[in-house]
Write a protein that binds this ligand. Structure first.
Ligand SMILES: Cc1cc2nc3c(=O)[nH]c(=O)nc-3n(C[C@H](O)[C@H](O)[C@H](O)COP(=O)(O)O)c2cc1C
Length: 190
């Protein structure tokens, strides 16, 4: 093979690997997102303080409107409290209750809190754990459980994130909920 041919082969390999990377394979972050699902089946293995700290730091790192970081995170480990918050829950699971200022209900603060929640959810998945966001119990928690959960004064709950270890035998593909088709959601403007 002469020099020109070697260069041509090298360029073909380089281009095809770039195309493949763009289309089919991703980073560890995109892999976690694309293979993730909202867990239902948790085990009772406790979440370590080290993992919990890392997850919370990922929540704190979330972007927010004007960088106001309006959230407060209330971490609940006590099984009696976690059970009365979302019902059927395993010991060892942790709830991270994400709250925003009461005075700004229904504003962009809720959006900020949602981004922090999703950051923590993805962090938990990336550490090999499961996570599930809960909106259903929020109304009840705000009206009856703020004191017992020690939600900071002047704040109301926006979302609740459950994290815990998951049964690794659960098939992630069948546990995942289907998504709408790409073409149904994405429109490339011509
Ligand atoms: C804002 C929000 C609120 C949710 N509330 C609940 C809830 O109250 N109870 C529940 O079991 N799942 C809840 N979920 C989880 C969704 O049902 C789940 O993300 C959705 O069905 C997609 O499933 P997947 O994440 O496994 O793909 C909530 C998710 C979001 C984003």
């Amino acid at each position: 093979m002469n020099r020109r041919m070697i260069t041509a082969v090298f360029l073909i390999l380089l281009t095809s690997s770039a195309l493949t990377r763009g289309q089919n394979s991703g980073s560890c972050v995109t892999d976690v997102i694309l293979s993730g699902y909202s867990a239902r089946m948790f085990t009772s293995e406790p979440v370590s303080d080290q993992d919990l700290d890392l997850i919370l730091k990922c929540g704190i790192k979330a972007p927010s409107s004007r960088n106001l970081q309006p959230w407060k995170f209330t971490v609940v480990k006590d099984t009696a409290l976690t059970k009365s918050t979302i019902g059927n829950i395993n010991p060892g699971n942790v709830l991270i209750i994400v709250s925003g200022p009461e005075s700004q209900e229904g504003t962009i603060v809720d959006f900020d809190c949602a981004l922090a929640t999703e950051n923590m959810s993805i962090a938990a998945l990336s550490l090999g754990m499961g996570a599930r966001i809960y909106g259903g119990p929020v109304k009840n928690v705000n009206s009856t459980m703020r004191q017992s959960l020690e939600i900071p004064e002047g704040y109301r709950v926006v979302t609740i994130l459950r994290i815990g270890h998951i049964d690794k035998s659960v098939d992630a593909v069948s546990a995942a909920s289907a998504r709408k088709k790409f073409e149904e959601v994405v429109n490339f403007k011509k």
